[in-house]
Design a protein around this ligand. Structure first.
Ligand code: FAD
Length: 410
């Protein structure tokens, strides 16, 4: 039977399968993934799982029985090509699967560090459960760790490693931490917070090479000639989308598999979602590729609705237009972000950063574009509702703690 075949059994692929069944899809449903084991959540890999506070059962998205109960066929294999005229997905080993509709949820992989010494033993990345297990093993003995990249994964791991008593140095090439994701104010707050944890943070530190002895890393060299001693290294310098399967099949690719507002690729029998895709977003005013659980899961739900015929009251299919949001936990700091800000959007502070409970509201031409909150979940939740519509909040209201944000929802 040619049913729906999903490539990639990560957050988005799993959710697409689950939501298709929820939405009443009855046909054959196959989930093909190249990682061993059951689909799992990645966020805990750099948080509770890395700390040893959550085990594998806590991070698996569902237990094995769920797949049997929902007639979701899990196939552990790598998909190698798409035969579009024949509507078949080719797997390593020569097998192939027929499809009526194909969903690409291939995610992203770590961007490799492009410097000499990158292949020394003791150099780690963090994307998969296997990566996390390898890295976790290094945390058993107190050591000096150098983290390359002050993005979410680098800083979350740094917070865990510090809490476990390791000496931690974070090297960041940009002039601030989390530079791609948050306002300069928020970057400054997190830089101070990590310094207060005892992490040494070096900004503007371009890594030019890794030093090693007997094949194992011993240090990280930056452009100014400093060598930071390291017993092991975590590289967290971003990801590249897994677009090769799509590109090989002649689908349009540009910083991700290009899809339309309904998550369809240039072939109507193939859709795509999650970290691997670039989609048109009213929040970005352009095609954008986002890397978050919310984005993958909401796209999966939206696509399941389309494929099962759920439409707007007008009879039109529903486009994907969920409000983007994201979170990151670093020590006792819960950062939540909603909306998409451009670097030039102004920042208005609500609350006192010194209290470790505050938000930064971002505005462009007087219009709210995003909210970054630390330990202030109510602002975040309100932001999700405001940004789903046309927010009227002014910068003056945002900055005035006496102004009741909730009054805008009335
Ligand atoms: P993935 O979950 O990456 O799944 C893609 C799957 O497809 C992978 O298993 C891959 O191996 C497989 N695959 C690829 N190509 C093929 C092929 N040809 N054949 C078969 N299988 C294939 N997001 C948040 O919102 N909040 C967080 O706090 C957060 N923390 C994170 C912490 C870590 C350590 C990491 C790594 C990510 C974190 N993220 C977080 C990001 C979030 O996990 C991703 O955005 C999400 O997993 C994307 O889902 P996806 O299905 O698009 O891709």
């Amino acid at each position: 039977e040619a049913g729906i075949v999903i490539v990639g059994a990560g957050q988005g692929g799993f959710q697409a399968a689950a939501s298709l069944r929820d939405s009443g899809y009855e046909g054959r449903l196959v989930l093909v993934g190249d990682e061993p084991g059951l689909p799992y959540q990645r966020p805990p890999l750099s948080k509770a799982y890395m700390k040893g506070e959550a085990g594998i059962e806590q991070i698996e998205l569902r237990a094995a029985a769920f797949y049997a109960d929902h007639r979701i066929e899990l196939i552990n294999a790598r998909a190698t090509a798409i035969d579009r005229p024949g509507k078949r997905l080719l797997l390593e080993g020569g097998e192939s699967l027929p499809y009526a509709h194909l969903i690409l949820a291939t995610g992203a992989r770590n961007r490799p560090l492009p410097v000499p010494g990158h292949d020394l033993a003791g150099v780690f990345y963090l994307r998969t459960l296997a990566d996390a297990d390898a890295l976790k093993g290094k945390l058993d003995v107190a050591r000096r760790v150098v983290v390359i990249g002050a993005g979410f994964i680098g800083l979350e791991f740094a917070a865990v490693a510090r809490a476990l008593g390791h000496e931690v140095v974070v090297l960041e090439g940009a002039s601030r931490v989390l530079a791609r994701a948050v306002s300069p104010d928020m970057s400054a707050f997190f830089a101070d917070a990590h310094a207060a944890m005892g992490t040494k943070l070096v900004l503007g530190a371009g890594v030019i090479g890794l030093r090693g002895e007997a094949g194992h890393v011993t240090g990280v060299e930056t452009g100014d000639g400093t060598v930071h001693p390291a017993d092991f290294v975590l590289v967290g310098i971003g990801v590249v989308p897994n677009v090769e399967l799509a590109a090989g099949a002649g689908l349009e690719v540009a910083n991700g598999i290009v899809v339309d507002a309904h998550l369809a690729t240039s072939d109507p029998a193939i859709s795509a979602l999650g970290d691997a895709v670039a989609y048109p977003s009213r929040f970005a005013g352009a095609h954008v590729r986002l890397e978050s659980v919310q984005n993958a899961a909401d796209q999966a739900r939206s696509l399941a609705h389309r494929l099962t015929g759920k439409v707007a009251p007008t009879g039109e299919p529903l486009p994907f237009e969920a409000v983007p949001w994201f979170w990151s936990d670093q020590a006792d700091l819960k950062l939540q972000m909603v909306g998409l800000a451009a670097p030039t959007d102004i920042a208005v502070l609500r609350g006192d950063p010194a209290s470790r409970r505050f938000s930064v509201f971002r505005f462009r031409d007087g219009v709210l574009t995003a909210i970054e909150s630390v330990n202030r979940g109510a602002d975040h939740m309100l932001g999700r509702r405001l940004l789903a519509g046309t927010p009227t909040l002014t910068p003056e209201q945002a900055g005035n703690e006496g102004f009741e944000l909730k009054s805008l929802l009335a």
